[in-house]
Write a protein that binds this ligand. Structure first.
Ligand SMILES: NC(=O)c1ccc[n+]([C@@H]2O[C@H](COP(=O)([O-])OP(=O)(O)OC[C@H]3O[C@@H](n4cnc5c(N)ncnc54)[C@H](O)[C@@H]3O)[C@@H](O)[C@H]2O)c1
Length: 331
């Protein structure tokens, strides 16, 4: 059985990626420091608890499990936090990724799939955003991911093949019901809306009602986490044929904050109080992907990314696990 190391595999997206690889016949080996992730989300897969900046531990894990490739998702990913305190972001995301690259080169591992982000584009000139749009991140988080993309391009020559996937807004939960989003703090719109629907949060804070969009609220491209996970598997198979790729992962369809709240009211049948606040600095009015490249090169088609399915799966997860994953017992 081919083995793939999944850094950040105890996290939201990584746990879905691990399951997708397992279903395709790979053994996912999870490497995660559990700073944000959850042991329970790794199920029965082998788990190495460690920091990706510990290159020796990475090399040992790659050796012990004879891994063929790496899917590298481990990172810090809160935009606002990265603006308040940028150094730890560059440290975790850039130094951490360089450590992964170093271990890959030392172990002669041949493949890396990397979690990048739409935040590398900053404030785009054109919608939908295609991969050849200028890379102009406007926060340290996006900057750190853009730097890693460049590191991969420079270090890959004669060493490994790579794919950087620039995700838009990942949302939803696994239809099996046992994997879902559990972040602390939660900053993503859909889990926040559902927490308000469940009465676990007073109201949904809507930042900006005066954008130049059909209903005045910001528009984003939501993509189901299972569609994202499937794209990683396809990307991995693609680079195994000896090619590199940098591609967007989005649904090519935008929904406004108000549309998300309305859809959540329909799906849950609950009241969802909303509180309008001023715009946040640096929030673009519209972010929608052009994902023709991933569709063409990977043969990828999002199949769960209509808004109702995203919200239904997330709501099922929320009802089953209002507190999220089981926490390890405290001291
Ligand atoms: N969620 C989104 O909408 C979105 C959008 C674009 C990009 N991304 C990227 O996707 C990746 C996964 O995001 P997520 O939402 O699943 O986040 P997450 O926080 O749920 O998962 C990240 C995982 O990485 C682990 N980790 C962090 N630093 C580590 C380190 N130094 N060593 C080992 N493990 C470490 C955490 O414990 C966690 O399990 C991230 O790289 C993120 O930047 C996410």
């Amino acid at each position: 059985m081919k083995r793939v190391l999944i850094t950040g595999g105890a996290g939201y997206i990584g746990s879905h990626v691990a399951r997708e690889f397992s279903r395709a016949g790979y053994l996912p080996v999870i490497f995660d420091d559990l700073s944000k992730g959850h042991r329970e989300a790794t199920g029965a897969f082998p788990l190495v608890v460690g920091d990706v900046r510990d290159t020796e531990l990475l090399v040992r894990a790659m050796e012990d499990y004879s891994v063929e490739g790496v899917v590298h998702l481990a990172a810090s990913s809160l935009v606002a936090e990265s603006m308040q305190d940028p150094v730890p972001y560059f440290h975790n995301n850039v130094v951490g990724s360089l450590s992964v690259i170093e271990a890959v080169v030392r172990r002669r591992v041949r493949y890396i799939v990397f979690s990048s982000t739409a935040a590398v584009y900053g404030l785009p000139d054109e919608i939908p955003i295609s991969e050849d749009a200028p890379i102009r991140p406007i926060n340290p988080y996006g900057e750190s991911k853009a730097m890693v993309e460049r590191l991969l391009a420079s270090c890959s020559r004669n060493a490994f093949f790579y794919c950087s996937l620039r995700y838009f807004n990942v949302a939803g939960a696994h239809p099996d019901g046992d994997l879902g989003e559990d972040h602390d703090p939660e900053t993503h719109l859909i889990p926040i809306v559902l927490a308000a629907a469940a009465g676990r949060r007073e109201a949904v804070e809507v930042y900006g009602g005066d954008y130049d969009t059909p209903d005045g609220t910001a528009v984003r491209d939501y993509i189901h986490v299972c569609d994202v996970a499937r794209a990683h598997l396809l990307a991995y198979e693609y680079i195994k044929a000896g090619r590199n790729l940098v591609a967007n992962l989005g649904n090519q369809r935008g929904y406004s904050v108000r549309e998300v709240v309305e859809a959540a009211r329909r799906v849950t049948g609950r009241e969802i109080p909303v509180r309008l606040s001023p715009r946040r600095e640096g929030d673009p009015p519209v972010l929608v992907a052009d994902s023709a490249l991933a569709r063409r090169e990977l043969g990828w088609r999002p199949v769960m990314s209509d808004l109702e399915t995203i919200i239904e799966t997330a709501w099922r997860w929320h009802l089953a696990r209002p507190e999220g994953y089981r926490r390890a017992p405290g001291p």
